[in-house]
Design a protein around this ligand. Structure first.
Ligand code: ADP
Ligand code: ADP
Length: 231
């Protein structure tokens, strides 16, 4: 499972201007699709519709996961199937462990943290300078954008969803952080279907399919090789 299909999707936020127009594409199970295009071209809207932050109107096309219209899927199972790594997460004023594990295990902060820690996977992902016990909101301790992304990646790994939505940070991370995060993301993407808002050339080049958006429409689609050959 994990196949995504957009079937002739139209969407408007305000009923007047078009955010997406006639968008159709498939993400086959286990493959990676990169969305590229200028700001305002509709990339985030595609991710928001798939996660049902917004719903499609009747007759405005269909979005399917494994052949099933996502409007017929409960929010709960949709959220179990889809992991989101946003550009900039908002974290609770709690420890990193709590932020990774909340909603997943137990109910007390101690239970959640212990479970996240015993899951061990964070070892591969997290090399927080302040250590795993760091309180996110503690005075004087602030996580960088890169560290926040690592929290989101670890959280998503624990959830182990077949589908990933990635919003790549545009902010300049330092080179070693960037490399760490790229490695963590590669681990995360492997074997899953992914849809990424891609900014880094390496992400774009390594995607199975690139969709180029302009004014809410797909204007080019193909592998990196195919698109380069068009130029
Ligand atoms: P991108 O992610 O490629 O920058 P978006 O999907 O965010 O583009 O935006 C597509 C279009 O929808 C743009 O014209 C944008 O102004 C509009 N839009 C995006 N979010 C909203 C919103 N919350 N309310 C109204 N219009 C929006
Ligand atoms: P999870 O799927 O990990 O259980 P949530 O369903 O609460 O967690 O949210 C998934 C991610 O999507 C969170 O990291 C959250 O920051 C992000 N998110 C929530 N609302 C929005 C939004 N309106 N736009 C973009 N990202 C959002």
């Amino acid at each position: 499972d994990g196949e995504i299909e957009f079937d002739n999707v139209n969407f408007s936020y305000d009923g007047r201007t078009t955010a997406l127009h006639g968008v159709s594409f498939k993400v086959p199970k286990g493959s990676s699709v990169a969305l590229v295009g200028e700001s305002g071209s509709g990339k985030s809207t595609i991710l928001r519709l798939l996660y049902r932050f917004y719903d499609l109107g009747e007759g405005e096309g269909r979005i399917l996961i494994d052949g099933q219209d996502i409007r017929d899927v409960t929010q709960k199972s949709l959220r179990q199937a889809i992991g989101v790594v946003p550009q900039d997460s908002v974290l609770f004023n709690a420890s990193i462990g709590y932020n990774i594990g909340y909603g997943k295990f137990g109910s007390s902060a101690e239970e959640i943290e212990a479970a996240a820690r015993s899951a061990q996977m964070h070892e591969r992902i997290l090399s927080f300078s302040e250590g795993y016990e760091t309180k996110v909101g503690e005075r004087g301790v602030r996580l960088s954008g890169g560290e926040k992304q690592r929290v989101a990646i670890a959280r998503t790994l624990l959830k182990n969803p077949p589908i990933l939505l990635l919003d790549e940070a545009t902010s300049a991370l330092d080179t070693s952080t960037e490399k760490d995060i790229q490695k963590a993301l590669q681990n995360l993407v492997r074997g899953r279907s992914s849809l990424s808002i891609a900014h880094r050339l390496s992400t774009i080049a390594s995607a199975d399919v690139i969709l180029v958006l302009k004014d809410g429409q797909i204007v080019e689609a193909g592998s990196h090789k195919e698109l380069v050959a068009l130029d």
